[in-house]
Design a protein around this ligand. Structure first.
Ligand code: SF4
Length: 471
């Protein structure tokens, strides 16, 4: 049972770049796959500069809390091996990842990213200690390196704090070095400030974010970076639409997107003219999340588990909104990022900290606000849409069956996307005035997550995870 945990607020990060929020990595989980891979890579870099680090003969890795309880289903052990091999999630090809794992498993040898090759048996040397929770965060891992005599050379604790962000034991509770903060032109820490600054400067939320990004990078780089994010999201969706078969894991879940795609193409040869748009939205979201569940290349938005919501809503925009174009996709991503930053700063985007409201709920809120923006909504309507997008996800638990990011995750993304569209449309019918502010709903989400039993926070010890018979 995971014990008491402390909650991690990135309050010392002034502003996050959208390129931190939207990261390319491998599925199925940003906190349980991407984060541990980055942590393992960081440990090899740490080891490389320790006295005697080059004499490493043996490694021992311990996973704690949620990482241990759902790590097997989330490919955490694979991620550790890849990180120790010196691989980065953003550049590693999924096929190369399979080859590396097969080689290590077959030969029992691990070529460390820091140099040198050691004997390594993952079954014995990666230990899942779900009964232990370290005080700072439930997603904790310890790496120990030993020499040939069994003497300890180096030991380090890392925490995967959601969305692929990682801090080590010294950084816990303060700014994370892998977070590239921005020096913003327009600094905001709350939705209220965001609206005030945008209104005072006459900017849309998307343009305000663009000015912030352009203060740190050439404009052409920012724009091409945005296009690249959408390109990766689209590629992930295309893969999901084409790949048939079973998803990895004991649940033997069949990929549904290819069949569904064939049916919808037959029914609606021109998707733009479809009367059943929600079927297409379901398809697009599920395609992304089936690809994520298979360990494919995914963009965190804001996490892997919730990666299908934004691409599905962007595709809704491109297919069903008159006048949609590439510039609109950039505006969508910029606006979504502004909203995502508020959750990252003032609450959490980690299912292990606050349940699924922090993943699919946040993605829904981001997509709702972003869709309102590209539908021509005012800043107040964008804020209203984002608030509605979270309000009806409050309390949503994280209870992945078998520790796999499949049930309920895949369908849940489809529902997150549908709800985002509803929220945006509702806000567009109003004038932006509403009773509960986005800041209030973010605060409520965080408090609700804090009150939630650990059974419902990515431990697979409650909810659907214990009421479905695994076969
Ligand atoms: S239930 Fe939600 S938070 Fe939990 S693993 Fe699935 S998508 Fe992530």
């Amino acid at each position: 049972m995971a014990g008491k945990i402390c909650f991690f607020l990135l309050s010392e990060i002034d502003m996050l770049s959208l390129f931190e929020l939207f990261k390319v990595g491998l599925g199925p989980s940003s906190s349980h796959t991407t984060g541990p891979m980055k942590a393992a890579l960081r440990f090899t870099q740490f080891l490389a500069v320790q006295p005697g680090g080059d004499k490493t003969a043996n490694l021992d890795v311990r996973l704690y809390g949620s990482l241990a309880l759902t790590g097997a289903g989330h490919h955490t052990d694979r991620a550790i091996l890849l990180g120790l091999s010196g691989k980065k999630p953003e550049t590693l090809d999924p096929k190369e990842a399979d080859t590396i794992i097969e080689t290590i498993t077959k030969n029992g040898l691990l070529a460390l990213g820091s140099g040198g090759t050691i004997h390594f048996n993952a079954l014995k040397s990666i230990k899942f200690e779900g009964h232990i929770s370290l005080p700072f965060h439930t997603n904790a891992m310890r790496f120990n390196a030993f020499d040939a005599q069994g003497d300890l050379i180096a030991s380090r604790i890392y925490y995967s704090v959601g969305g692929g962000f990682v801090v080590d034991e010294d950084e816990a509770g303060r700014n994370a070095p892998d977070v590239v903060g921005m020096i913003p032109v327009h600094e905001f820490t709350s939705a209220r400030e965001l609206l005030q600054i945008a209104d005072a400067s006459g900017l849309s939320i998307g343009d305000l974010m663009l000015e912030n990004e352009c203060a740190n990078k050439p404009r052409t780089e920012v724009l091409s970076g945005l296009d690249e994010i959408w390109m990766h999201m689209g590629a992930c969706m295309e893969h999901g639409l084409a790949r048939e078969g079973l998803l990895p894991g004991m649940l033997k879940v069949r990929r549904r997107a290819p069949d569904l795609y064939a049916k919808l193409k037959q029914r609606d040869p021109q998707p733009k003219q479809s009367c059943e748009r929600s079927d297409w939205v379901n398809l697009w979201a599920m395609a992304v999340n089936e690809e994520n569940a298979s360990g494919g290349r995914v963009v965190t938005a804001p996490t892997n588990g919730a990666a299908g919501v934004l691409p599905a809503v962007i595709n809704y925009y491109l297919h069903f909104v008159e006048g949609a174009d590439a510039q609109g996709v950039r505006t969508f991503l910029l606006t979504a990022a502004a909203i995502g930053c508020l959750y990252k700063r003032n609450a959490s985007i980690s299912g292990a900290e606050v349940g699924c409201q922090g993943e699919v709920g946040v993605a829904c809120s981001m997509a709702a606000g972003a869709l309102a923006a590209v539908l021509g909504g005012s800043n107040a309507q964008v804020e209203n849409a984002a608030e509605i997008g979270m309000e009806h996800n409050l309390g949503m638990t994280c209870d992945p069956v078998g520790g796999l990011v499949q049930i309920p995750c895949i369908e849940r993304n489809a529902f997150g996307a549908a709800m985002a569209i509803q929220a945006a449309r509702l806000s567009m019918l109003g004038d932006g005035q509403h009773a509960i502010s986005l800041d209030e709903v973010i605060k409520t989400m965080f408090e609700t997550g804090r009150d939630m039993s650990s059974k419902y926070k990515e431990t697979s010890q409650g909810g659907l995870a214990v009421n479905i018979v695994e076969c």
